[in-house]
Design a binder for this molecule. Structure first.
Ligand code: G16
Length: 543
């Protein structure tokens, strides 16, 4: 097999963000853009020679072309074997599972997650390490460093082969195994959950609606929920992955999953609703007319995980990202297990999971997962919920009400200001950081500031320090505001403002979330001077 060695030069801006490299699809289509990054990925991780990788993506526009390029580049770089999902499809959790199960050297996942797809949408590529988790910063830094001094890339002249047919073939000396994307994942879910109890619940008339949002989870949910567990035919909607996610925004929150929200508030609403994102790692769950916030979901799953066979008596600890509400901390305290607070980004859970310090992890950004893999897992969260409901007997709304009664409620919301000029966003954060020591003691919107800090995290396993992860403002009485800039946007900057107010057990717990948070919202807007810096009167997206 002949290989081409193509001279190239560094392309600016190939620094991976919160979750891999994300750019407009058109940027990835520019000559050499993908190739430079893939070669840097191989070079920055000690070369591809003799290695085995899992490769797959969420099926968005350019997934197929990118997969073929990666096959030819892996072959030219001497990789021994690639394990590829049929048609280049793999959900992020399924890829994480395959990396672990086959003990590969890592995986290359093609996705921009919940960002829109299509020719005018976004594309992305991320590298997962041999533990199945997102590459830690020392690896992404090494890859980025390579993008800055790259001089050539290698690509096989041979065709990438047929990735639409299950089976094995060779590209030069490299073996390519095209596998069923769902089978191994289905096996894993069977090991974790009480499938009999869930099947019995469905047979008894329990109705579910799972919105796959035209993204990769469709085939997984269809096979497992409808095929294996016997949910009614049609329980999974928008189940066929499309190149542009049906023109939608595959982000499972009440704004973008509006079709599901409408269904769940109709007169004939199913008992349980759920949605997942582009690459299948995020989830949203709902009861009738009731959105369960990701932070509450993490707290409730932690409180009831013992009803699932894999977690009964096996919770060593729990972890949440810093902006995620503190609802789970209260559960952990009552269970007598540690609760870790990490920076945003699933990669920060990897060491805790590997070291057995945490069993369940979650983030406000609709991610929940466990030690079964090293990624968050949308369908896993849905199945854990179904397992809990099947074994507990209460519906999700009642279960949550009872939980608040016993643990108190953490009212929670996130306000996003999107596509603001990068300099304006930077100035807002700098101004906040400049006031860390002067703010405590002052009263804003009737709330007295008790503590302000710029969150830094020392990993308890390897001691690595990650700084500048967002500004935390605490108020007397337990309310909290966190401000940080998103690491996943592709245009300008996105300011995220996370708002939280605790209402003790025995309270009303039934207030409208935005109304309950009104003073906290006012305080956040005033302290950060959001209007002056961004020119915006209100957030673009409120979830
Ligand atoms: C990624 C990360 C998550 C993170 C989320 C939001 O999710 O994997 O850990 O919480 O981004 O990040 P940000 O607030 O920086 O935009 P995904 O689903 O996009 O891979």
């Amino acid at each position: 097999m002949a290989n081409q060695i193509v001279p190239t030069s560094p392309i600016e801006g190939q620094k991976p963000g919160t979750s891999g490299l994300r750019k407009k699809t058109a940027v990835f289509q520019e000559p050499g853009y993908l190739e430079n990054f893939v070669q840097s990925l191989f070079d920055g991780t000690g070369g591809a020679a003799g290695k085995t990788y899992v490769v797959g993506g969420d099926g968005r526009f350019f997934n197929d072309d990118a997969t073929r390029t990666i096959i030819r580049m892996a072959a030219a770089n001497g990789a021994a074997r690639l394990i590829i999902g049929q048609n280049g499809l793999l959900s992020t959790p399924a890829a994480s599972n395959l990396i672990r199960k086959n003990q590969t050297d890592g995986g290359i996942i093609l996705s921009a997650s919940h960002n829109p797809g299509g020719q005018n949408g976004d594309f992305g590529i991320k590298f997962n390490a041999a533990n199945g988790g997102p590459a830690p910063e020392k690896i992404t830094e090494a890859i980025y460093a390579r993008t800055q001094d790259i001089t050539q890339y290698r690509i096989a002249e041979a065709d990438a082969g047929d990735i639409s047919t299950l089976g094995s073939y060779k590209v030069g000396d490299m073996q390519v195994d095209v596998i069923d994307p769902v089978a191994d994942y289905e096996d894993l879910m069977r090991e974790l959950f009480d499938f009999d109890a869930i099947a019995k619940m469905f047979a008894g008339g329990f109705r579910v609606c799972f919105d796959a949002m035209h993204a990769v989870t469709g085939p997984y949910a269809k096979r497992i929920l409808e095929g294996v567990l016997g949910a009614a035919h049609g329980s999974v909607i928008n189940a066929v992955p499309s190149l542009d996610f049906g023109g939608g925004h595959p982000d499972p929150n009440p704004v973008w999953a509006s079709e599901l929200v409408a269904l769940m508030s109709g007169t004939d609403a199913p008992d349980f609703g759920a949605a997942s994102d582009g690459d299948g790692d995020r989830n949203m769950v709902m009861g009738r007319d009731a959105f369960v916030s990701p932070s509450d979901s993490l707290a409730l799953l932690t409180a009831y995980a013992h009803l699932a066979p894999a977690y009964a008596g096996r919770l060593s600890g729990v972890a949440r990202s810093m902006p995620t509400s503190q609802a789970v901390d209260i559960v952990a305290e009552r269970l007598g297990i540690p609760c870790f607070e990490t920076p945003t980004g699933w990669k920060f859970f990897g060491n805790l999971l590997d070291a057995g310090k945490a069993t369940l992890c979650g983030e406000e950004s609709a991610g929940t997962g466990s030690n079964h893999i090293r990624e968050k897992d949308g369908l896993w969260a849905v199945l854990l919920w179904l397992n809990i409901l099947a074994r507990d007997g209460r519906d999700i709304v009642q279960l949550r009400r009872d939980h608040w009664r016993s643990f108190g409620r953490n009212y929670y919301s996130r306000h996003d200001y999107e596509e603001i000029p990068t300099e304006a966003a930077g100035a807002l954060m700098s101004a906040l950081r400049a006031n860390l020591t002067t703010l405590p003691g002052s009263t804003v919107a009737g709330l007295t500031i008790s503590e302000v800090d710029n969150f830094a995290y020392t990993d308890p396993v390897d001691g690595s320090l990650t700084e500048n992860q967002g500004v935390r403002i605490r108020f007397e009485g337990g309310s909290r505001v966190v401000l940080r800039l998103s690491g996943t946007g592709t245009q300008g900057a996105t300011l995220r403002v996370y708002l939280e107010r605790f209402e003790a057990p025995g309270g009303d717990h039934g207030q409208d979330v935005q109304a309950a948070l009104a003073p906290v919202i006012e305080a956040a807007e005033t302290i950060a001077d959001i209007k002056t810096h961004t020119g915006r009167d209100k957030a673009d997206i409120i979830t």
